[in-house]
Ligand binder design. Sequence first.
Ligand code: TYM
Length: 328
Amino acid sequence: MSKKRVFSGIQPTGQIHLGNYLGAVKNWVDSQDVYENIFCVVNSHAITTPQDPKELREKTFELAGMLLACGIDVGKSSLFVQSEIDAHPSLAWILDCNIAMGEMNRMTQFKDKSLKNPKNVNVGLFNYPALMAADILLYQADGVPVGEDQKQHLELARNVAIKFNRDFGTCFKIPEPMIPEVGARVMGLDDPQSKMSKSHKGANHAIFLLDSPDVILKKFKKATTDSLDTIVFDTERKGLYNLLGIYEVLTQKSRESIEAEFVGKGYGALKLAVAEVVIETLRPIREEYMRLSAQKGYIAQILKESADKVRPIAQATYQRAKELVGLI
Ligand code: TYM
């Protein structure tokens, strides 16, 4: 039986953090043997917010290197850069013409991003979910492993695929969201009410995958908690719940055994334990990244080979969509 295909993407903006890793990348790596995998550095999405061109080019390569360092194995997975395959924006246009304004207007990420940065409300930012739908639908993906914040975008991708298939004839597979039970929404360490994000300014907000052990320890020590003294999984105690969630996903221990481990202990002990497991998880990734980052030619070659491998899949889908709508 042939393997199910997964597709997912990540933007080369800011620095990749623990939320990206636990919500998405770790799951991509862990299930590489189970699926046929296509992963993408979505640089065209990145230009929906202002980018320095030179920096964007560098960050695209750096992120590809980070994904390889995290364990993406090109023997099992394809890893390419979005702008190298023209069918993405081309299909996005066809999808744009089949998405109602009302549906696009409901996207909460567009609202959040435009409120946070009112000077940068451009049409690309508004259309972002159509390009994301094109990414997924081009490859006839069965599943899309992402963090919880992408749920609404995936719903839109499914809706437009269903509508298109109904109106014009079968063209797209309807993709299923694959959102992990734990780690799907890692919160900021300084502010556990808000999602850990690349753009947040706080110095202790996010753990970056390239942070040194000292920095990681310092950030966890300063993590916001509360004034209660039991260590239990309680969704109302957001700071504590976030720390426990990180510990749970990285140690693979059960909630009961974690609670038992910390009976009679305080936040100091928990923060130290979480910091240690994060440090040990990230250590080999950081080391491998340092080794790989000296090999730009190798990374460029991998990206090219992957793009060449998956381009025919994208082209075939785009060609069919074109024919179905009468663009010949
Ligand atoms: P991006 O680059 O913001 O994030 C990459 C992945 O990391 C997940 N993530 C998180 N998971 C848990 N906790 C967090 N605090 C956290 N922050 C981010 C995201 O859910 C995502 O899975 N729109 C996408 C990129 C994209 C894409 C696609 C994804 C473009 N086309 C097609 C899947 C399929 C984004 O901005 O991800």
